[in-house]
Design a protein around this ligand. Structure first.
Ligand code: MGD
Ligand code: MGD
Ligand code: SF4
Ligand code: MO
Length: 698
């Protein structure tokens, strides 16, 4: 396409960042050129959108670079080399759709549950996420996917405790006088929350970061508490201990808004009294005095706010720890409004705030199952499940996987099994993608998908409470099609003739929401705010059945919350800890978004190479110096990285920054070579940060 001349007309389009990030920024997309030959020349943040306020992260500022990347997949591809080799030939859409439909039909006549959709949040849009795709798989009767890979431990815990994924409005953090940033590297992964925390800091707030890693966020907080991974529940119990023994509880708030009795606060109170700071300090690997001071600060500062994030729930006890931490503001009455009209509380996710306005059933049409009840496969155990044979409790062997909005070969735990599964010669794999990712390399057919600049979508958020629209800025590049259109065409090829398979994206966007969210308003303004109070739960009113915060739910199988030691720790498995003495966490590298952007050269150049941060004492004990290539290994496998000697790693813990494409990493590996598929206590989620390893020079 010819580049537009400087004189060509420009226009501005309302977009929304599609990425799996709490901030869901409002994108101001500038397009230039004559109709039919337009090009995106700039992607910025809207100044007028409150939480975006004109700023995007470094990654998405490069969204045009990603979209016009010379390696974009722009026509259907058929594999010609061995699985994983990345050797493909170009084919036409008609051939691709006919071949896929023939394979799926043959499998479905035996058992449609042998077909598995695999998708996550490559785009968080409601239309290009699970709308037409869900209709297609419901009609087919395919296996269902439990989408657990990120947030389901904390999500389940929050829903059990508060009754939904609800919490403080992010804007309220600007008024806090104490902010606990707990399991969150906000500067890297929640930048627009950080802006509010900075405002609070300028007005005298104290910022405390609770994170095993000394992140760039920890550097900018007043205090950093570098606890051991998976010890947050113990810390929360000891904080409760201090609140009790120094009588810093808000008895009125507890009496009115918190579950009481032996299954409620009375029971938990007795448990917390068994957690003096010294006991928790030993578990957390920190000083008892730090816990005492934190409890006092937390109880005596108003407003006190907690930004809890998903980093701390990627361990065996992640659900229990979230339950315990979520109770803290309910015990001190931090939710109450102070004399200035401000309130504290906690925010983990705001996604439940949209419950009343989303119409997922209209979009996804579960009624197309017509009474069938297909099995559910957990996306976090895809490695093991691809290798399983048919059995009465598992059902049929997985014979086909349709991947969209995800890159499981790079991101799913325990890659040796994931790779072995995707290499199965008898597995039929279709991947809808922008690029030849590690997963696409294993596909029989790759289908070119449009990017956010090329399709229509509507977005909710899990870090703020607005609805945003994303208008297509340019026509699809090459032969790329929106996910919706790909599933519409697949439905036609399968012979599905229900009218819902003809709905255009505009119609899907129209049914996605109920009043007061309205597509015409979104089209005009770009975004719409949910009508929500600034200070929720100031006087209780949690969305639980009785409006009270829930401490346990024996009928649902949830006893009182407790500290649960990591699967892989000296507490749970001393023999394993003797062989693999280093705990490993693998939080994101700042300039990647999960495995997205790893192939954008300007961003990869900033990250340079896969790095494992190791404390200088741990390095010295292994004879490692800064910059040497190392092998990080355990019984499951090994991955290669460059050692970075740094006090960003606490002693005994290494930080393997993620998530590299294997083929762009060292020796074709990434950090998930050593992670495992055991699950969290709640939500069936992976334990990415609950791993023991050894590190040696490679
Ligand atoms: N730049 C960038 N931004 C991103 C992403 C990205 O890949 N890159 N990913 C996006 C996605 S999908 C998500 S889910 C969010 C994730 O963002 P967060 O919810 O913030 O989660 P993580 O980044 O996994 O981890 C946050 C911090 O928790 C720390 N941590 C690890 N284990 C523990 C523990 O046991 N206890 C405590 N207290 N802290 C622990 C890690 O060291 C890390 O600094 O970010 C989104 N934003
Ligand atoms: N070791 C370790 N592993 C982790 C994590 C960790 O912290 N440590 N984090 C975990 C977390 S929190 C998450 S959320 C998962 C994330 O895992 P994924 O959701 O798989 O995220 P990405 O790796 O970003 O891959 C998304 C893919 O979707 C594609 N995509 C984007 N938009 C579209 C579209 O419109 N259509 C189609 N067809 N494709 C599109 C992108 O090109 C990209 O390749 O990874 C998890 N894995
Ligand atoms: S901060 Fe998050 S929502 Fe905003 S542009 Fe970056 S990835 Fe997208
Ligand atoms: Mo995530």
């Amino acid at each position: 396409m010819p580049l537009p001349t400087a004189a060509a007309p420009t226009r501005v389009v309302h977009g929304a960042c599609p990425h799996d990030c709490p901030d869901t920024c409002a994108l101001k997309v500038t397009v230039q050129g004559e109709p039919g030959a337009e090009r995106v020349i700039q992607v910025q943040g809207w100044q007028e959108h409150e939480t975006t306020h004109g700023a995007l992260c470094t990654k998405v500022s490069r969204y045009a670079e990603r979209t016009y990347h010379p390696e974009r997949v722009l026509h259907p591809l058929k594999r010609v080399g061995p699985k994983g080799s990345g050797q493909f030939e170009r084919i036409g859409w008609d051939q691709a759709l006919a071949e896929i439909a023939a394979r799926l039909k043959a499998i479905a006549t035996r058992d449609p549950q042998a077909i598995l959709p695999y998708s996550y949040a490559g785009t968080m849009g409601m239309i290009q996420g699970e709308s037409m795709a869900a209709r297609f798989f419901h009609q087919l009767g395919a296996s269902r996917l439990d989408r657990t890979i990120c947030a389901s431990a904390g999500g389940a815990a929050l829903a059990m405790t508060y009754g939904g994924k609800v919490g403080m409005r992010v804007q309220q953090f600007a008024h806090a006088k104490l902010i606990l940033i707990w399991g969150s590297n906000s500067i890297a992964s929640n930048l627009h929350f950080w802006t509010y925390a900075q405002q609070a800091k300028r007005h005298g707030a104290k910022l405390v970061c609770i994170d095993p890693r000394r992140t760039e966020t920890a550097d900018k907080c007043h205090q950093h508490i570098a606890l051991r991974p998976g010890s947050d529940g113990a810390l929360a119990l000891a904080l409760m201990h201090e609140l009790i023994v120094h009588d810093r509880l808000d008895h009125g708030y507890i009496a009115r808004h918190v579950q009481t009795g032996p299954d409620g606060w009375d029971g938990l109170r007795a448990r917390a009294l068994q957690w003096p700071p010294e006991r928790a300090a030993a578990v957390c690997g920190i000083e008892a005095e730090v816990i005492r001071v934190l409890a006092q600060d937390y109880a005596t500062t108003r407003p006190a706010a907690i930004r809890l994030n998903y980093g701390m729930q990627r361990v065996r006890g992640g659900g229990n720890a979230v339950r315990l931490i979520a109770l803290l503001p309910c015990l001190t009455g931090a939710w109450r409004v102070d004399a200035n009209g401000a309130a504290g509380g906690l925010l983990l996710s705001s996604s439940g705030s949209y419950a009343a306005v989303r119409d997922d059933a209209a979009l996804q049409r579960p009624d197309l199952l017509a009474g069938r009840n297909p099995r559910t496969i957990n996306m976090s155990t895809i490695g093991a499940d691809l290798l399983r044979h048919a059995s009465p409790d598992f059902g049929p062997r997985i014979e086909a996987v349709i991947v969209y909005n995800s890159n499981p070969v790079a991101v799913a735990p325990q890659s040796p099994e994931v790779v072995a599964g995707f290499r199965r010669d008898d597995l039929y794999t279709v991947v809808l993608e922008h690029f030849l990712t590690d997963t696409a390399d294993h596909a029989d057919i790759v289908l070119p998908a449009t990017s956010q600049l090329e399709h229509l979508d509507v977005h909710t958020s899990y870090g703020h409470t607005d609805v945003l629209i994303n208008e297509p800025a340019i026509a699809p590049l090459g032969e790329a099609l929106p996910n919706t259109e790909i599933f519409r065409r697949l439905a036609a090829a399968m012979g599905y003739d229900a009218p819902c398979f003809h709905d255009r994206d505009e119609q899907l966007a129209r049914v996605a929401f109920k009043a007061p969210i309205d597509i015409d308003t979104l089209r005009r303004d770009g975004w719409q705010r949910l009508p929500l109070p600034d200070t929720p739960f100031a006087d209780g009113g949690f969305p639980t059945p009785d409006g009270r915060v829930r401490i346990s739910a024996p009928a649902l199988g949830w006893g009182l919350p407790d500290h649960v030691a990591p699967w892989e720790s000296a507490e749970s498995d001393p023999a394993l800890a003797a062989r693999y003495p280093l705990a490993m966490i693998s939080p994101p590298a700042r300039h990647f978004l999960n495995s997205s952007f790893v192939n954008v050269k300007s961003l990869r150049d900033i990250e340079a190479e896969p790095v494992v941060e190791i404390h200088p004492d741990d390095a010295a004990a292994r004879g490692l110096v800064d910059g040497v290539p190392v092998r990080v290994h355990n019984d499951r496998g090994s991955y290669h990285a460059t050692a970075r000697l740094s006090t960003r790693a606490r002693p005994g813990v290494v930080n393997g920054l993620g998530i590299w494409w294997r083929k762009l990493g060292l020796r074709g590996t990434n950090v998930n070579e050593v992670t495992h598929q055991r699950l969290t206590d709640m939500g069936h989620a992976p334990c990415f940060y609950d791993v023991l390893v050894e590190v040696e020079a490679a």
